[in-house]
Design a protein around this ligand. Sequence first.
Ligand code: SF4
Ligand code: SF4
Ligand code: SF4
Length: 604
Amino acid sequence: MVHLTIDGRSIEVPEGTTVLEAAQDLGIDIPTLCYLKEVNVIASCRICLVEVEGSRSLIASCSLPASEGMVVRTHTPHVLHARKKVLELLLSDHPFDCLTCFRSGNCELQTLAREMNVHGLQWEGERNVFAVDDLSPSLVREPSKCIRCRRCVTVCRDVLTVSIYETLQRGFDSVAGPAFNDSLQDTPCITCGQCILVCPTAALHEKDDTDKVWQALEDPDMHVVVQTAPSIRVSLGEEFGLPQGELVVGKMVSALHRLGFDKVFDDCFGADVCIMEESTELLSRLKGEGGPLPQFTSCCPGWVKFCENFYPELIHHLSSTKSPQQIFGALVKTYYAQKAGISPEKIFSVSIMPCVAKKFEAARPEHQDSGYRDVDLVLSTRELARIIRMSGINFADLPDEDFDDPMGHASGAGVIFGASGGVMEAALRTLSDKLNGYEMEESDLEKIRSFNELREAEFKLGDRMVRVAVARNIGEARKLCDRVRNEKAPYDFIEIMACPGACVGGGGQPIYSNLDKWSLQMDLRRSRARGLFQSDKEKKYRKSHENPHVQRLYEEFLGEPNSEKAHELLHTGHKARPLYTCEGSFAGDKVEYRHHREDQGWAH
Ligand code: SF4
Ligand code: SF4
Ligand code: SF4
């Protein structure tokens, strides 16, 4: 333990604690900007400067270890002056379009400027103006708003192991971006959007598609239906000041009805159908038919793209079952269209997702097996909140309403799809009933609900033991893929979701600008997952195959799981995608980079 004094107050902390953490323990709020504890502690922004007795210069407290006898002052006039100058220098190279900016009202830079009483700038001069990259269907980069905090760099590299960003250029011109400042569209970005959640400004944000939904809702010839993903019901309330993870499903349905959607359906119904197809596929593989083991889940488009980009030799392990979103979309344009007597070309299918990768997935050209796009438009949780606010709907006071028939009723298994381990658990509930003739114990299934580590378990299914694993994020998936590639992964079935904690922590979920610890971000995801498991407990049916609406779908339309019709509409293929690499070499006093893409060869 070490003893130090901060602002005249003594504290004892374990060795290795930083001055910032010690101050936080005392309830002293030192402002930060680039800091994201456990992920990004690089002391680059200099906002957390403090005065330390005996030191002639101010020191960044986020990376300064507390030491015995240290005397620290955190808010002296000298410190405040220095922090303010640092902030003004950052602001002097910022676009100042706060009135129309995506993060207006939720921008860490803006909040700091207010808290530090910055009004007007002393320095006017050159500003960097970089092109906006909006070619990706999922993300937009506005590099002129980048404050070079590197949070996106470390999260993408260290948590996800995708490594899209680096700091480009040097000095005043530096900015975070993909190699060669390429468009994200041309990189192996898996479009998970985790970088958006940690970016303190609007340098990274989702592609906003709200105008398109208004156009559809205004069109009198269009029948507009909407599906809502499981995890929206435990996060949307947060956008309106309700507690983290509170279940707001009834209010959400009510808001969507008021917005003018003709039918409000539950994507968890699609998740139930996904389990019917995916578990049947697993049974075939366990019998040695239909593909190699382990079978990978395929409901997360971020993970699917990761596999296509980085492990193309493993794509045959991916389940051919489409994701719940795409299954639902295909059924809306066929089953529902037929039942409602509406031509599919007059149906506009919207999905509300916690995810920006779902925008990419909906745009995949292969996803139109009915002859029409499975899903016409994807909105994130944040975009839905935006259109609710625009409509003047008082969300918190809305009465609860029910989803519509015939695709609005799901089992609890469909609901837990949004939490890590949920897809595996949903599949095991069905497989145990089918193969063992009894329900699995809840305590056994809880073994695979994990936020902290790779989960592995073995379950008896029929006459054999089935070995399963759940990867909590794409970084763990990489390790698992390496093991599968080297034939050192003794599993039959693996669930992989790209985002840490799965969709409850998706890149389209509400952004908090005050969570300066990665573990706090994970706590938030846990609260949402608890909400989903609570909702599961309250459901009349908790297994996908017991959902009477799913049974009717198979009786009236699809026949059997994995039938020819089900295959045509609900299954898909995956393809290897080009991955680029780059090399640098000295040419005189400059580094010359060569850039290689498998589809285009080498380029300078
Ligand atoms: S893009 Fe955002 S997160 Fe990345 S360095 Fe710039 S400001 Fe930071
Ligand atoms: S969307 Fe995901 S993979 Fe793409 S740059 Fe951001 S964090 Fe990296
Ligand atoms: S884990 Fe969920 S939110 Fe994240 S990329 Fe996958 S589907 Fe989207």
